[in-house]
Design a protein around this ligand. Structure first.
Ligand code: T5A
Ligand code: NA
Length: 213
């Protein structure tokens, strides 16, 4: 629970969705919006390709290396664990974090390959739970029309369809589903409203919790 004498904490907000759903565009827009209203905020993304683990993940995603499905799953998870304590410090110091992908991507993508769903969830247990998950909903076909998928490993319509089903099995009360096919400005408007409300709730003392609560 939050120490009542400490300063108001930041919010942990995660954006999720299929490849090309618009996460990165919306994350940078949210960052500038929160900055413009004087809210301390940082934008993070997973995988964080800058760490040693992140470089192994990056090589795997660009098909420069091959790894066993379980192994890459655990690396994605390790990549979140290596940022966990910094994440907690930032939130407690009052900084809101906007995160481009998190544990839900980890579970959805690996279980879509056929790995056991609960096995995929296990290594995420104990990471910080987001205060809000903003899911940008789009069909794989519509997503592929956005300039087409690139050369990364998971960018295929049939596979993205399976990922979407797995995401549906993960959603809980912290999720807001937003239609990602709306014009970018309309998506922005909805996300801003959700995030501003979430930041206020966290400032008012909402306790941090852990996955999978
Ligand atoms: N992964 C990730 C795992 O398997 N396990 C894990 O634990 C994690 C964390 C990482 C890959 O790794 C997998 C998932 C992924 O396959 P990434 O680096 O996060 O990949 O890359 P992507 O998420 O695929 O990023 P993309 O850049 O492809 O998609 P975004 O960020 O969702 O979309 P964005 O904002 O770049 O927009 C895509 C295009 O659509 C347009 C944009 O202008 C852009 O051209 N667009 C819109 N067009 C019309 N209307 C709108 N509303 C639009 N919004 C955006
Ligand atoms: Na992205």
């Amino acid at each position: 629970a939050l120490n009542p004498n400490s300063q108001p904490r930041g919010a942990l907000v995660v954006l999720e969705g299929l490849d090309r759903s618009g996460k990165s565009s919306q994350c940078s827009e949210l960052l500038s919006h929160l900055q413009s209203i004087g809210c301390p905020v940082e934008l993070w993304r997973f995988p964080d390709r800058n760490t040693a683990v992140g470089q192994m993940i990056s090589a795997y995603l660009s098909n420069e290396s091959n790894l066993d499905d379980h192994t890459i799953h655990l690396l994605f998870s390790a990549n979140r664990w290596e940022k966990r304590s910094l994440m907690e410090d930032k939130l407690k110091a009052g900084t809101t974090l906007i995160i481009d992908r998190y544990s839900y991507s980890g579970v959805a993508f690996s279980s879509a390959k056929g790995l056991d769903f609960d096995w995929c969830k296990a290594p995420e247990m104990g990471l910080l739970a987001p205060d809000m998950v903003l899911y940008l909903d789009i069909s794989p076909e519509k997503a592929a029309e956005r300039g087409g998928y690139g050369d990364e490993r998971y960018e295929r319509v049939d596979f993205q369809g399976k990922v979407r089903e797995k995401y549906q099995a993960l959603h809980d009360a912290s999720w807001k589903i937003v239609d990602a096919c709306l014009p970018m400005e309309e998506v922005q408007k909805k996300l801003r409203e959700y995030v501003v409300e979430c930041v206020a709730t966290c400032q008012n003392g909402r306790a941090l919790s852990h996955l999978w609560s």
